[in-house]
Design a protein around this ligand. Sequence first.
Ligand code: OGA
Ligand code: MN
Length: 220
Amino acid sequence: MQFSDHAQSVGTAAPEPLFASIADDILQRGFSIVPNALPMALTHRLTDYAQQAVGFDPAGIGRNQQYQQNEFVRTDEICWIQGNAAVTAAWLNWMDCLKSYLNTRLFLGLFSYESHFAHYPPGSFYKRHFDAFQGQSNRVLSTVFYLNSDWGHNDGGELVIYPPDNQPDSINVTPLAGTLVIFLSEEFPHEVLPAKRDRFSIAGWFRVNDSTAQRVNPPN
Ligand code: OGA
Ligand code: MN
């Protein structure tokens, strides 16, 4: 499938009120859950692309020397996004606009964004984990964007976000196409429940420059 002719139609215009409500959510609660976050055409193209054009590899844990595959923790497959196709370039551009907005509003000092497609074949999961540990990573904000055009309650595969400090209520997110989840990487443990169907998503992280790391106050 060719995407290069569609650079205009995928659309990258990002509505400022949406960015404003994401910033408010992060300030007040440390996370934001937004249905239909991206332009519908871009969501559809990313959904098609993930299912047809992506070469997935087994996912690992950690980076570089610490990298290891561990099928007790996660069984998804991933493919890092470079932005070579028009559709992935549009994705990175949208996230770059969000990064600029959050830096202006929240002074987060976000420096870069990295993301990968993820495919959870039936039976796959990702056990409870943090995306970053205090002081050990420059990942500040985690993002997950879902690419499943219909998803029922019986399909499993929900994202469970646990509150910081062992507070009681966790939140279950249905991985329905168009839903964007953003949370402070060091504050929220989370897990992916076993999926009963093929489940596609994009996981990403806004990072700070190591040498200029700034801290956000955890939500209370
Ligand atoms: C991750 C992750 C959640 C999801 O890749 O680190 O937590 O819902 N993904 O896919
Ligand atoms: Mn995670």
